[in-house]
Design a protein. Structure first.
Length: 269
């Protein structure tokens, strides 16, 4: 636990600075690096199960998606590229006449959808006006919930949430994380966030977001646990001492980024 705290104290101030740099591409560059590492962590986990995904193909596919988002490519080109990639992938399987390539294609494409497609909403958030604050809200609620759930669950957690997938998660931890996220989100409303950032009903929006993102973030966490359980590993990697891999740190944010983006689009912006 001590190592976990020390690493957090090192990483979080650095992340804060990167988020609020005037040039958004410093954060976007860091995000793409993190997403690329997470994608390859999944590929390596699947490789251990003998699925043998096409690593280079998947990475190129994901990088082009990020590039198109950064360029703000028209939606028709974005989805056209995805359709073209899928068609060419299945055409490759048909031409090769090797049925085993079907599972290789699926194990290549699905991680890109999981990491790449969900992750690009983090890039889109940062490119919005006031994007730095939106990223801050996203990560603040996500990590405060995670910290609250971890410490409260470790202290008083007794009732398992989904032991077959994530045996360490408890109902007490989830409730504790939710209350922690709600409490500290209200605090940053008064002490840090600019007035009017989320409109006239900013506090109400923050309360709703703290609840919604706590729930979707937990689903994202458990979804990553499902992949790790399938691959028979505890962590996605050992890249970050005390924390595991990059996927272990962004699994909740991957689910929360599109939720926050569309919430902003429907109710705020």
């Amino acid at each position: 636990m001590l190592l976990r705290i020390i690493m957090a104290l090192i990483i979080l101030p650095f992340l804060y600075v990167i988020i609020f740099l005037k040039n958004p591409y410093f954060f976007i560059g860091l995000a793409i690096i993190a997403l690329t590492i997470a994608l390859n962590e999944i590929y390596l986990m699947l490789n251990k199960r003998g699925l043998k995904p096409f690593l280079i193909t998947g990475n190129i596919f994901a990088l082009i998606l990020y590039y198109m988002v950064i360029l703000n490519s028209p939606t028709i080109y974005f989805f056209g590229f995805i359709a073209l990639f899928l068609i060419l992938s299945f055409t490759f399987v048909v031409v090769s006449k090797k049925i085993i390539y079907f599972q290789k294609i699926i194990s290549t494409i699905m991680p890109v959808i999981y990491i790449g497609f969900l992750g690009l909403f983090g890039i889109k958030l940062r490119l919005l006006e006031n994007g730095a604050y939106y990223i801050f809200i996203l990560l603040f609620i996500t990590y405060i919930y995670d910290a609250g759930a971890y410490f409260i669950g470790s202290s008083i957690g007794k009732h398992k949430l989904i032991p077959s997938i994530s045996p360490g998660k408890t109902i007490e931890g989830c409730l504790g994380g939710l209350i922690t996220a709600l409490f500290f989100t209200i605090i940053i409303h008064y002490l840090f966030l600019p007035k009017g950032l989320l409109g006239h009903n900013q506090l109400l929006h923050l309360v709703i977001l703290s609840i919604v993102l706590s729930i979707t973030g937990q689903i994202g966490d458990i979804s990553a646990s499902l992949v790790k359980r399938f691959s028979n590993v505890k962590n996605s990697s050992d890249l970050i001492p005390g924390h595991g891999g990059i996927l272990d740190k962004i699994d909740s944010s991957l689910f929360n980024a599109p939720v926050l983006f569309f919430y902003l689009k429907f109710f705020i912006i």
